[in-house]
Design a protein around this ligand. Sequence first.
Ligand code: 5GP
Length: 210
Amino acid sequence: MPSEKDGIMIILSSPSGAGKTTLVKKLSEKDNFEISISHTTRQPRPDEKQNKDYFFVDEEEFKRLINNEEFLEYAKVFNNLYGTTRTPVIDRLNKGKNILFDIDWQGADLIKNKRLDYKLITFFILPPSKEVLFERLSKRHANDKLIAEERMKQFERDVLHWINYDYVVINNDLDECYKKISNLINAVINNGSKDYDLDYIRSHVNKLTS
Ligand code: 5GP
């Protein structure tokens, strides 16, 4: 039975290239914060480790987990399946750990709609501008310009989901963005006042989508 001593759930989503994965890793260094490791059918990238970055599985195993109802949420993203298994998350929340989720807007919606008895904070991370995003994506996919262009198109669609999140944070400078998120999390945990300017975010989104 969930109680006041339980951990909280913190979801970070963002369009590709906004720096979310780095932020999640940095936040997990905070005392009592842990990352939820997802399952995926995507192939590992050269720097990724099995059971650390993801549980890399084939489609057959992923479907077995779906049929066994082991997922808290799962979704198809860029033609691959991604999902969060329920048991490790609930066990750790019950032990008072705060759990960080690096998941997309579909997963965020699914978890929100579950209305679990744990506190939930959702963040959407945005790049400072379309130009900076394109630069970051071109660097990341240096040998395939088409991927960067495809991700830019995807960005136009993904950004529209900002409205469903509790907080939108702009990642202009990694340390500053980290501090903002960290302060907002602390404010939610301690019921403190939140430093958040929705009008500013609204006008930033307008710039990104115009
Ligand atoms: P990548 O393949 O670049 O690691 O992740 C692609 C996208 O899938 C990212 O937006 C990431 O947040 C999202 N993602 C990773 N794990 C999960 C998950 O378990 N569920 C959902 N819904 N999305 C996920």
